[in-house]
Write a protein of this length. Structure first.
Lengths: 193, 82
């Protein structure tokens, strides 16, 4: 989750940036570039596309900074922008064969509940595992991916997530439930002992 | 069922919140009893948790070249000059 512990400084930076300070703008970018890049990668699953989404996000931020009301956190605003850019990128790509998970049937089955051969701690040292994770989440439609990443990975609340993706709280819960169950099944098929 | 520092009550609250139920409702009580005694459901819960942890721990770093390209695209690569 984006660190917003230094809100006074951030407000000051925003004000300075609005008044034309490139130094303040560069500092705001520096404060959030890693989080925006990482978020974009977790949705796009490709470093080049993530970098493109990050660049577009900060271009949008600079263009619209005067319209930022400050009612929401800057981080929430940036998550909204980067989510939209990730969705636009996904739509502009050659159509990918996403799995439809509109229907709950078969997402949760009480068969095949088995232990896995890897633990999450192994991820940093295992490229094969990274490929498995990439392939699993690539099948998930991007709008479900975004809900999963915002809520479960970035740790935003259901309410914050619903505001970012412009969905009701029950719709966010439903998408999250389906995304979790789908990914869990995909990994279970590959990682099950 | 106990996992890490999360208490059963928290887990139940989360489950029952999703269901729109009170914690002491018959449905919640039944779920708790089932979870306490069902290894299959405990494994399922653990595997969903592991799924989240896998993706949470899989991070990428923006390297210095990526940072410089970003500043260049934004017209901010002036070493702090206004």
């Amino acid at each position: 989750m984006i660190n917003t512990s230094n809100n006074i400084t951030e407000e000051h930076l925003i004000e300075e940036a609005r008044n034309g300070s490139k130094t303040a703008l560069a500092q705001l970018v520096k404060n959030y570039e890693q989080t925006v890049f990482n978020f974009a990668f977790k949705v796009c699953r490709n470093k080049d596309r993530a970098e493109h989404a990050m660049q577009e996000t900060f271009l949008s931020m600079i263009k619209s900074l005067n319209q930022f009301s400050g009612k929401s956190k800057l981080s929430t605003w940036l998550y909204t922008i980067v989510s939209n850019h990730c969705l636009m990128l996904a739509r502009s790509q050659k159509k990918y064969d996403y799995t439809s998970i509109e229907n709950d049937d078969g997402l949760i089955e009480d068969k095949n509940v088995i232990d896995w051969k890897y633990s999450p701690e192994k991820i940093s040292e295992n490229d094969e595992l990274k490929t498995i994770l990439d392939e699993a989440i690539k099948k998930l439609p991007p709008d479900y991916r975004i809900v999963f990443v915002l809520r479960d990975i970035e740790g935003l609340s259901t309410q914050e997530t619903s505001e970012i993706v412009n969905l009701s709280v029950p719709a966010v819960k439903s998408r999250l439930h389906r995304a979790r169950a789908y990914l869990r099944n995909e990994l279970n098929n590959t990682l099950g002992k | 069922m106990k996992k890490k520092e999360v208490s059963c009550k928290e887990v139940m609250h989360h489950i029952c919140d999703s269901l729109g139920e009170d914690l002491n409702s018959p449905k919640c009580t039944n779920i708790k009893e089932h979870l306490d005694n069902c290894p299959s459901c405990q494994k399922y819960f653990n595997s969903v948790d592991s799924t989240i942890q896998f993706y949470k721990k899989y991070n990428v770093q923006l390297d210095d070249k990526g940072h410089q390209r970003l500043l260049s695209v934004l017209g901010l690569d002036t070493d702090g000059k206004e």
